[in-house]
Design a protein around this ligand. Structure first.
Ligand code: SF4
Length: 370
């Protein structure tokens, strides 16, 4: 595997909507790094080098002390090394960004920052229980822009109380600041999130799916007017700035994930690490099992192909499909898609149309069974 994901499980405070595995505070960094380096060493034979991409996700990787991040880089540089154009991404939050950190991250080799902005409106940020302000978000982006040309910002649309103008303004601020990559996600109410409890207790108002869909269309139009192209359901980019690491996920390429809750995929088997930092550390250090695995059957492989490949605006080619699932299945999928206004179908390629992308979830489930 030539792509590595590292899960950093620390956050300053838990956001209301969050469903990712993380804990508040970073006092267990030392123990985490020791277990992570051991996991890297134990699974060294799975990695093929030079690496194509390295992605630090979380949690909040920018909340990791610089010295600890350096220890991970030392290990990876000593053992693997990178291709010339390898993409090395660090997810960062505005409250951790300053000029000194940006210079030091860059010195380590990080060449892409993905920044969790979510909104430039303080009421939205309060709804989401983010800890930064709009002012801090703008200041952080300006600093990051001075150090990195490959920059991405996340926005969340469909926040209750946010009208269309408010969300479009979020996109406009990013385009004005010259941030070349934007990820726009719909707010979803995850079962384990604080937001779900707050809504049930009437402490937050609920989301409205129609508003979400409308805001997404308006935002996508605003991005397009400003020279961004949509290359994936939720991702918009200036040419050449598409996320290489995430695109590899959507194309079904293998990757190895390290750290608590990290997932891996080797082409035939999925593996996921235990989503509990203390249990992860204790199991890795004692040599006990800290992960589960599952072999992917043909039907599941097919479903995943539909779910991931159609997320990409380019869809998939006949050759790519037939190589995995044969000519007969391609004929079946062709019959289901060729006269639909939601699919763009040529002899060689199947993809969603613009209308199809908007109702992709329902369309994908219709295609799930061959
Ligand atoms: S959304 Fe990001 S910053 Fe907020 S708690 Fe989740 S992982 Fe941490």
């Amino acid at each position: 595997m030539k792509r590595i994901y590292i899960h950093v499980p620390f956050c300053i405070a838990k956001c209301a909507y969050c469903d990712f595995y993380s804990i508040e505070g970073n006092s267990m960094q030392k123990e985490y790094i020791s277990a992570l380096l051991k996991e890297l060493e134990d699974r060294k034979s799975e990695i093929l080098w030079p690496l194509k991409s390295l992605y630090f996700g979380g949690g909040t990787p920018s909340f990791l002390d610089f010295e600890n991040l350096g220890l991970i880089f030392n290990y990876i540089n000593d053992n693997f090394g990178f291709e010339d154009l390898a993409e090395i991404t660090l997810e960062a939050n505005p409250e951790n960004i300053d000029a000194e950190k940006c210079s030091r991250w860059k010195e380590l080799g990080i060449n892409r920052l993905s920044i969790g902005i979510q909104s430039f409106n303080d009421e939205d940020l309060e709804y989401l229980q983010r800890i930064h302000s709009s002012e801090k978000a703008i200041a952080a982006l300006k600093i990051a822009k001075n150090h990195f040309s490959n920059l991405s910002a996340d926005l969340i649309h469909g926040i209750s109380g946010a009208n269309d103008e408010r969300f479009i303004k979020n996109v406009e601020i990013l385009t004005t600041l010259g941030i070349p990559h934007i990820s726009m996600y719909s707010l979803s109410i995850e079962d384990r999130s604080k937001l779900r409890k707050l809504i049930i207790n009437n402490e937050r108002s609920n989301i409205d799916e129609e508003t979400q869909a409308r805001q997404f269309i308006l935002a996508a139009e605003t991005a397009a007017k400003n020279g961004y192209f949509q290359y994936e359901i939720s991702n918009f980019s200036k040419p050449g700035i598409e996320s290489q690491h995430n695109t590899a996920y959507w194309k079904g390429e293998p990757y190895a994930g390290f750290g608590p809750s990290a997932h891996s995929f080797n082409g035939t088997e999925r593996r996921w690490n235990i989503a509990d930092l203390k249990e992860y550390i204790s199991a890795v250090e004692s040599g006990a099992k800290y992960f589960e695995t599952e072999t992917i059957g043909q039907q599941e492989k097919y479903n995943e192909f539909i779910l991931t490949r159609l997320r990409l605006v380019e869809g998939f080619t006949k050759q790519e499909f037939e190589q995995e699932f044969g000519e007969e299945n391609f004929r079946k999928i062709l019959l289901k898609t060729q006269n639909s206004p939601y699919f763009s179908v040529s002899e060689n390629r199947i993809a969603f149309t613009r209308e199809g992308l908007l109702i992709s979830d329902a369309l994908m489930s219709d295609l799930m069974e061959v």
